[in-house]
Design a protein around this ligand. Structure first.
Ligand SMILES: Cc1cc2nc3c(=O)[nH]c(=O)nc-3n(C[C@H](O)[C@H](O)[C@H](O)COP(=O)(O)OP(=O)(O)OC[C@H]3O[C@@H](n4cnc5c(N)ncnc54)[C@H](O)[C@@H]3O)c2cc1C
Ligand SMILES: NC(=O)c1ccc[n+]([C@@H]2O[C@H](COP(=O)([O-])OP(=O)(O)OC[C@H]3O[C@@H](n4cnc5c(N)ncnc54)[C@H](OP(=O)(O)O)[C@@H]3O)[C@@H](O)[C@H]2O)c1
Length: 386
């Protein structure tokens, strides 16, 4: 296990790391774009432990910055001031590196209404801001970025300083580290779903996932990062069995857990549940897990392919099928880990865990609830969901 020491590199002083690998993990025929990134930490004093995340400060796409400058009639060379920044920076730098160009809010609409000079714009903005339209306005905003508003309300004029004052700060994104510090002390591996979608008939991108996928040149020390410590981690006693549930990009920390347990000669048994759309195209790190299984290092694996048949099969279905053995492992002291989608998957998996403990532990639902609570208290049930 890597030594956990305070690094000179942190939120306020990120390390400029090199991206040395950017590889598509899905196979031809997939609709997904999940990448394996390798970020070199050489030259830093950054250490990480299994379960930690890497925080990445992205920059916005230059096309988006140019479109905003054009819509505002600015050159980009104008000086602007931002809170918590000691010196002035140019308008272009503020838009490129410091501010979020997406997610306008109700407050944004109020600012637009104050600045609208055309009647049509004023009427539409007043309508959007009416209390009775709160729900439809929230949907309207979800589908728009700042550039959409500037184009929809052309009479609205902002100075560069007024415009930057209305934007939120661009925050770093976290990625669960997918490599083990014992095997890869000087680099960090990431498993990232690249976010691309359409709203309001425009192509949109996730800022950080596409920054890594499309805009960072390989081999240049240019990616601002720091290590974000986590409570999510392997049991101290390496003979303890572990059950890991990580569909999609939720697999990331479990690749790290397995590498770490193998590299350090841990004797505890390992059980992995993974799922994604199609076996043929979306089995992330399938070759690696196959080799671990073959070598007897990964003792059990449950795979759920949601779109290989008419009805969805998810990781929790595979867990329910193996409920009796899961209960045996848990009853023997296994630690249970869940990583990935918070909104749907983690809730359903949590329900399955409760059900398995109730059914196969032959205890009441209330007792199962208490059992799970106790597991959480003892850090035997940990989740890293987003
Ligand atoms: C502890 C932690 C660990 C994480 N680990 C990982 C990891 O290992 N791998 C990983 O890929 N991610 C991980 N994430 C998520 C990651 O931090 C980012 O949130 C993710 O990459 C998106 O960031 P982005 O900048 O690319 O997108 P953003 O610019 O932040 O855009 C994302 C937003 O776009 C909107 N959006 C996305 N898709 C659609 C759509 N189809 N329709 C409409 N709107 C949409 C949503 O509002 C969404 O919130 C983790 C998060 C946390 C908190
Ligand atoms: N909080 C968030 O905003 C958030 C969190 C995670 C991922 N995402 C986004 O989702 C995209 C892909 O993410 P990902 O690659 O990590 O995979 P994912 O979308 O989480 O999907 C992985 C697998 O989980 C399945 N799944 C869907 N609902 C489930 C549920 N209720 N229980 C169990 N499994 C379920 C999916 O099946 P089907 O798709 O076939 O239903 C798929 O087979 C990315 O664009 C990412 O940004 C967003």
């Amino acid at each position: 296990m890597a030594v956990d020491v305070d690094s000179q590199y942190n939120k306020n002083n990120p390390f400029l790391a090199k991206l040395t690998e950017n590889r598509l993990l899905n196979k031809p025929g997939t609709i997904k774009d999940t990448r394996h990134f390798v970020v070199e930490l050489d030259g830093s004093d950054l250490f990480y432990a299994c379960g930690d995340s890497l925080a990445v400060y992205p920059t916005n796409r230059s096309e988006e910055v140019d479109a905003l400058l054009l819509a505002l009639g600015a050159t980009g060379d104008e000086a602007t001031e931002l809170p918590r920044l000691e010196s002035q920076i140019t308008f272009r730098e503020a838009l490129s590196n410091k501010l979020s160009l997406a997610t306008p809010t109700r407050k944004t609409l109020i600012k637009f209404a104050e600045k609208a000079s055309a009647n049509d714009d004023q009427i539409r903005l007043d309508e959007l801001l009416e209390d009775s339209n709160k729900e439809s306005t929230a949907i309207y905003l979800e589908n728009r970025e700042h550039i959409d508003l500037l184009e929809e309300f052309p009479s609205v004029r902002f100075t560069p300083q007024e415009f930057v004052s209305g934007l939120r700060r661009l925050v770093p994104r976290l990625y669960s580290i997918a490599s083990s510090p014992s095997q890869y002390p000087n680099e960090v591996h990431l498993t990232v779903a690249i976010v691309r979608y359409q709203t309001n008939n425009r192509d949109r991108v996730g800022v950080c996932s596409t920054y890594l996928a499309d805009r960072v040149p390989l081999g240049e020390s240019s990616v601002p990062v720091f290590v974000a410590k986590s409570h999510f981690g392997l049991p101290e006693d390496s003979s303890v069995p572990i059950i890991m549930v990580g569909p999609g990009t939720g697999i990331a920390p479990f690749r790290a857990f397995l590498q770490e347990r193998i590299t350090t000669g841990a004797t505890g048994k390992n059980w992995l549940f993974f799922g994604d759309q199609h076996h043929a195209t979306d089995y992330l790190y399938g070759e690696e897990f196959g080799a671990m299984k073959e070598a007897g290092q990964l003792h059990r694996i449950g795979l759920a392919w949601s779109r290989d048949q008419e009805n969805k099969i998810y990781v929790q279905d595979k867990m329910m099928e193996a409920g009796a053995e899961i209960w045996d492992w848990v009853n023997d002291g296994a630690h249970l880990y869940v990583c990935g989608d918070a909104t749907r998957m983690a809730k359903d998996v949590d329900e399955a865990i409760h059900h398995i403990i109730h059914k196969f532990g032959a205890i009441s639902e209330d007792e199962a609830e208490g059992y799970v609570k106790q597991m959480k208290k003892e850090k035997r049930y940990q989740r890293d969901v987003y």
